[in-house]
Design a protein around this ligand. Structure first.
Ligand code: PNW
Length: 491
């Protein structure tokens, strides 16, 4: 093809893997089928029907519970090496705790895993992509310290049922979004609004839950199954608005990597600078102790080093400046400021905006982040577990998505070949259009379009699907100069 002959020099390493991703709540539907338990997202959107822009929810979504064979076929058509999906905790364990396993839940994930393997596609499985059993939320959810054990019990069920065939596990998807958007501002489920404590208590318990699940795998399953377990982190690339804003930028970076520091840094624990700032702020507010719960020596050791890889989700970047006295703060990362640090997050006027309110396009950001991961935590294996861009209007000729993928893959290639970062996989978010949280069905990320008005949720490849299939076949992001040329190749 045109693509392949122009690019003989620019190849991803032979062992590099390409995949595509979705998550349970965003695609499965079947929210009350069989004995599935209620999740916090079911509850959150049923009780607040006007919360997201199109008043929608994921009761049906892509109906992948019924049409999973279609999803497997699409993954095979794309030629992906792996498909990243998540298990719905309340589908597998209807009560949240592990005394009862759902037979139908078990069968669903067995079918999906076996279907993929029959096509030579590796399942990459996320244990927690935001759909907590509502029963556990009634007991405090991620703010109840017991959740670390509940999560470990759930992980044990998943490892023992599927570990013979699943060799790559992600424990938790994006702790910062779960905690900061779910327990701070309460925009995401479970909708807890406690900006002082919510984010920090959630963060601590998430780290303990992840660590216990990793150690369980390490102790009881690694010898038998030889798999890998990691955690997926969502990162923005931050640039200083100008030289004088460098220090505040470093702080915001550290703040966003607070949990990552506990797992991946040599010292472990919270970053000392962040501990100090929160302690000082807490004191000024009249609290008798820091709002950031301490990590004891034992907890620090329990959490530190619990990874086989670093999972990175990258979408967008920000420019950072120190707040001025009259600046208005919103919570972040969905908002545009970081209250605790006193930082305002802006964007560069040269960056193009995409179809979500929080999305500006800056491809160099992914390379900079990959470099900074290596600088901060050493030569560790990095799996890019999500990267992609939303469009609006469900157009099949999504050249702007091809452009986004091309430019980001180029930066990933540079990170591998020029900066020596040990990146071994790239995952497109998302394989098929799905329920995009507060943007409902108005922002589409899919390589495949899904027709949400048809009862069989018809899936159709976009131009970007053909492009991505070419990327995988050629192990190269290709070369083209202009949209016209792209259109000629992919229409
Ligand atoms: C990630 N932000 O979420 C999730 O892992 C996916 O489920 C989601 O569909 C995808 O990215 C696209 O949004 C994010 O505000 C949600 O910065 C919000 C943000 C980032 C990631």
């Amino acid at each position: 093809s045109v693509l392949i002959c122009n690019v003989h020099a620019i190849k991803f390493p032979p062992e590099f893997k390409f995949g595509a991703a979705t998550s349970a709540y965003q695609v499965e539907g079947a929210w009350n089928v069989s004995d599935k338990g209620l999740s916090i997202w079911d509850k959150h959107l049923h009780s607040n029907p006007d919360l997201n822009v199109d008043h929608s929810n994921a009761d049906i979504a892509c109906d992948s519970y019924r049409y999973w064979r279609e999803d497997v076929r699409i993954a095979a058509d794309l030629g992906v090496h792996f498909y990243r999906f998540s298990i719905s905790w309340p589908r597998l364990l209807p009560t949240g705790t592990s005394e009862r396993i759902s037979e139908d839940g078990k069968a669903y994930y067995n079918n999906l895993i076996n279907g993929l393997l029959e096509k030579g596609i590796q399942p990459v499985v996320t244990l927690y992509h935001w759909d907590l059993p509502q029963r556990l939320q009634n007991l405090g959810g991620w703010t109840n310290p017991l959740i670390a054990d509940w999560f470990m019990d759930y992980a044990k069920v998943a490892f023992s049922l599927f570990g013979d065939r699943v060799k790559t596990w992600v424990t938790i998807n994006e702790p910062i979004i779960i905690c900061d958007v779910g327990y701070n501002r309460g925009a995401f489920a479970p909708g807890v609004k406690d900006p002082d404590f919510g984010n920090y208590i959630c963060h601590k318990n998430i780290l303990l839950a992840h660590a216990k699940a990793w150690r369980l795998y390490d102790d009881e399953y690694r010898m038998k199954y030889h798999g890998k377990v990691g955690i997926t982190n969502h990162l923005y690339w931050f640039e200083p608005a100008s030289e004088e804003h460098k220090d505040i930028t470093d702080l915001v970076n550290l703040y966003m990597r607070m949990g990552i520091h506990a797992v991946f840094s040599k010292e472990g624990g919270w970053p000392p600078k962040i501990e100090k700032i929160v302690a000082e702020n807490s004191k000024k507010q009249g609290y008798s102790r820091s709002r950031l719960p301490a990590l004891s020596k034992q907890e620090t050791i329990l959490i530190k080093g619990t990874y086989d890889f670093f999972g990175l989700n990258y979408y967008t970047s920000r420019r950072v400046r120190k707040a001025k006295p009259d600046d208005k703060f919103q919570d972040w990362p969905l908002g545009e400021s970081c209250v605790e640090i006193g930082a305002i997050l802006e964007y560069d006027t040269t960056w193009k905006r995409a179809a979500c309110s929080w999305f500006w396009i800056y491809p160099e950001g992914i390379r900079n982040i990959l470099k900074s991961i290596k600088e901060s935590y050493g030569d560790i294996e990095v799996l890019i577990t999500e990267n992609g861009v939303p469009t609006r209007g469900s157009n099949l000729n999504d050249y702007e998505r091809i452009d986004y993928y091309k430019k980001h893959l180029e930066q990933v290639w540079l990170a591998i070949n020029k900066d020596g970062v040990n990146v071994t996989a790239y995952t497109a978010w998302t394989m098929i259009d799905n329920f995009e949280w507060l943007d409902g069905y108005t922002a589409q990320f899919g390589l495949y379009q899904v027709d949400f008005s048809s009862s069989n949720r018809t899936r159709k490849p976009r131009a970007s699907a053909k492009y991505y299939a070419d990327v995988i076949r050629s192990r190269s992001y290709g070369y083209y100069n202009n949209p016209q040329a792209t259109a000629e190749i992919y229409t």
